[in-house]
Each structure stands twice: as structure tokens, then as C-alpha cells.
Design a protein. Structure first.
Length: 108
């Protein structure tokens, strides 16, 4: 007898002797629900609460996002400079980089 068929027979035999609610859950692994709840609790503990993330004002958040955007743009320009073969394009990228650096410095 194959393992799957044998397991099905054992489950059928086990479920046939129990109440209807037991038959419904006979093949479910025990403790799966409590493990899920435990994982959700741990996940909620590890995430910062909403009040902690709102500790700064909307203007400060906008400033931080603008600075992060400029820094990402700067990284992109640096990558393009490394790959550039054209001197004219490299010069344009150097001027763009200088402008980004000035904007980042202005934001602090």
C-alpha cells in the first residue's frame, strides 16, 4: 500500500470514530492556529508603532523624502558617469552632480 493511501485510510478510520467537529479537523496539524497567532504577535512587536513613525511633522517628512530622492539621483548620476564613453555626456553628468550636491547641502 502506498504511503498516501495508507495515511488516507488511517485518517478515515480516525475521523469515522469521532464527532462531526472532530471529523472536520481530523487532518489538520495540531497547533497551526496558535503558531500563526504567535507569529503575528512577534511581527507586530518588531514593527515600529504608528505613533513612533509620526514623531516628526509633515514638513520634516517631506524634507527627508526630498533629501533621499536627491541622494538616489546622485547615485544614479555617479553610475552613469562610470559607464559613459562620451566626454560631452560626462561633462553634463559632472554639472548635474554638482547641482545635486548643492541641493543636498542646502537641505542640510
Amino acid at each position: 500500500m502506498r504511503c498516501d493511501a495508507m495515511a488516507l485510510r488511517i485518517a478515515r478510520d480516525f475521523c469515522g470514530t469521532q464527532s462531526s467537529s472532530r471529523r472536520y479537523n481530523c487532518c489538520m496539524a495540531r497547533g497551526w492556529e496558535s503558531k500563526s497567532v504567535e507569529a503575528q504577535i512577534e511581527e507586530s512587536d518588531s514593527e515600529p508603532s504608528l505613533s513612533e513613525t509620526r514623531s516628526c511633522s509633515a514638513e520634516e517628512m517631506q524634507l527627508q523624502m526630498k533629501k533621499a530622492d536627491l541622494e538616489l539621483s546622485r547615485k544614479l548620476v555617479l553610475q552613469q558617469m562610470e559607464r559613459s564613453d562620451s566626454e560631452r555626456y560626462s561633462e553634463l553628468l559632472r554639472r548635474t552632480l554638482a547641482g545635486l550636491d548643492a541641493q543636498i547641502a542646502a537641505l542640510g
